[in-house]
Design a protein around this ligand. Structure first.
Ligand code: NDP
Length: 343
């Protein structure tokens, strides 16, 4: 390591009101610290960008604590061990960690796991990591898809949605995706093998979705909320299941929208159609991670799952890319390549 090298960190500088801007972040440089006893120095290779990061920028806690002002933005990473004073880790090891938006970090080895040698490093953040695992537990535990049923998933070309739809196909379902724009929709149909994909940016979403789901909807994997949810609700069949995974259309909301109160409509649907809505957070299901890895490895070996990564170079671009992710500018699992892998 070059003695003059510094550690770049991206801090939360201020809290967004609505959509974040690059002014909400601040890039600082600090000297790279030396690992002490029982510590190791990690160098970030890849940083995962995920929609939940928007919630961490708010003052109020949701299911996890907020990032404090002036603190490094949080995030999952793949890192190379640069120096280690921990017996289990040696220089050169690749690890998956939760070390945030920075080039280097001192770690005590907690919340760190070694990466399997055969795995493509970035895939630990997507295909073989948290987003696909989210799809797996949400769809199978809550959606409980049965062969012949119709499964609808929004953000269908994305990190979670693309895997939801492909697992539902493996389970023998009719699968309809919803995505933004022609390019994403055509990828979802022709590359991922969904039966249909509907562009939510075009008018008459409900009518087009209805035509794509002639037998109604048995499982709606909710990634989005907003107008997409409004279009799906009337199509839900009796006893439909709705794993509530994410509500990205609302992450930049500053309060409840004024207008027609749709709560009675929702509650009437839940009652009369005996619907099951169940929210979940992937980390509640960590005990199933081994099952996920086993099943996903088998599906991949049979060529049943495809996955798209959207990689941008440079830690300095993380703020802009997170802002874009929240607006659908990503195409596939969003990853920042923080540094080249020169050991
Ligand atoms: P994606 O890779 O799917 O990227 C986000 C996508 O959301 C965008 O590309 C865009 O796709 C879509 N989107 C954004 N705004 C809107 C909108 N207003 N209406 C419709 N679609 C919109 O992200 P992930 O796969 O990582 O995450 C998907 C969802 O899953 C998020 O809500 C996330 O918070 C949630 N999640 C929940 C977890 C849990 O434990 N519960 C764990 C991981 C993720 P398009 O251009 O197609 O509209």
């Amino acid at each position: 390591m070059n003695a003059q090298q510094m550690n770049r960190q991206i801090l939360l500088a201020s809290r967004p009101q609505g959509e974040p801007t690059t002014d909400n972040f601040k890039l600082v440089e600090k000297p790279i610290a030396e690992p002490g006893k029982g510590e190791m120095l990690l160098r970030t290779l890849y940083l995962s960008l995920d929609p939940y990061m928007r919630g961490r920028m708010n003052e109020q806690k949701s299911y996890a604590a907020s990032v404090d002002l002036g603190q490094v933005m949080v995030g999952a990473t793949v890192c190379r061990v640069v120096k280690s004073n921990i017996a289990e880790y040696k220089q050169g090891d690749l690890v998956v960690a939760y070390t945030g938006w920075q080039d280097y970090v001192i770690s005590d080895g907690k919340e760190v796991r070694k990466l399997e040698a055969a795995m493509q490093p970035a895939s630990a953040l997507g295909l073989m990591g948290m987003p696909s695992f989210t799809a797996y537990v949400g769809l199978l535990n809550i959606g409980k898809p049965k062969a012949g049923e119709t499964v609808v998933v929004a953000a269908a070309s994305g990190a979670v949605g693309s895997v939801v739809g492909q697992i539902a196909k493996i389970k023998g379902c009719r699968v309809v995706g919803i995505a933004g724009g022609d390019q994403k929709c055509s990828y979802v149909k022709s590359e991922l093998g969904f039966d249909e994909c509907i562009d939510h940016k075009r008018p008459d979403l409900e009518e087009r979705l209805k035509a794509a789901c002639p037998k109604g909807v048995d499982v709606y994997f909710e990634n989005v909320g907003g107008s997409v949810f409004s279009a799906v609700l009337p199509l839900l069949n009796n006893f439909a299941r709705v794993p509530v995974c994410g509500l990205i259309a609302h992450y930049n909301d500053t309060g409840l929208a004024r207008g027609v109160d749709r709560l009675p409509l929702l509650m009437r649907n839940i009652l009369t159609k005996r619907l099951t809505f169940e929210g979940f957070i992937v980390s509640d299901h960590n005990a199933q991670f081994g099952d996920f890895v086993k099943d996903m490895t088998e599906w991949l070996s049979k060529g049943l799952i495809k996955y798209k990564e959207d990689v941008t170079d440079g830690l300095e671009n993380a703020p802009r890319e997170l802002i874009g992710l929240l607006k659908g500018e990503n195409f596939g699992k969003k990853i920042i390549r923080v540094s080249g892998d020169s050991r």
